[in-house]
Design a protein around this ligand. Structure first.
Ligand code: CMP
Length: 139
């Protein structure tokens, strides 16, 4: 069993597709074991994406991620990190495979509907950024 952090970004929350995206997780065998809706502060968005601090897109990324509420969840299942990344599709929706979340719901590389952890170490850090151990309801 593995866990990954998933964020439904402000564009997808505004489009009212939280449920459609949750269905995809569930049909792929990923269980939602923690969840919270939150409007991130600038400090939270900068802290969460601190690895990208030096990248040219950082300011736009923080601006976008604080533009409205997000839905944050921990997904649990076999190969959860890879499975979630397959469901999401490529970061740039123009490159995302047909049928993936980003192909269906994203409109640009910033407004790309979802975030998912990319590796076991980052998944641990990202989960701990938003959830305490007592807020994760696993069997
Ligand atoms: P996400 O998986 O949330 O991680 C960082 C985000 O930065 C990424 O999704 C994109 O929404 C955004 N971003 C904007 N420009 C780029 C870029 N050139 N490369 C990677 N990520 C980008």
């Amino acid at each position: 069993m593995e866990r990954t952090l998933s964020i439904i970004k402000p564009d997808a929350v505004a489009k009212n597709v939280i449920g459609e995206i949750y269905s995809r997780f569930e049909h792929a065998g990923l269980k939602i074991v923690a969840a919270r809706m939150k409007h991130l502060s600038r400090e939270e968005a900068e802290g969460f994406y601190s690895v990208h601090r030096e990248r040219p897109f950082f300011a736009d990324l923080v601006e976008f991620m604080t533009s409205g509420p997000v839905m944050i969840q921990v997904l649990e299942g076999q190969d959860a990190i890879t499975r979630n990344r397959e469901l999401m599709g490529a970061t740039d929706p123009r490159q995302a495979a047909p049928g993936t979340i980003r192909a269906e719901f994203a409109s640009s590389i910033d407004a790309n509907a979802v975030h998912g952890s990319d590796a076991p170490e980052t998944a641990k850090q990202e989960i701990a950024f938003f959830f305490g151990a007592d807020e994760i309801y696993s069997r």
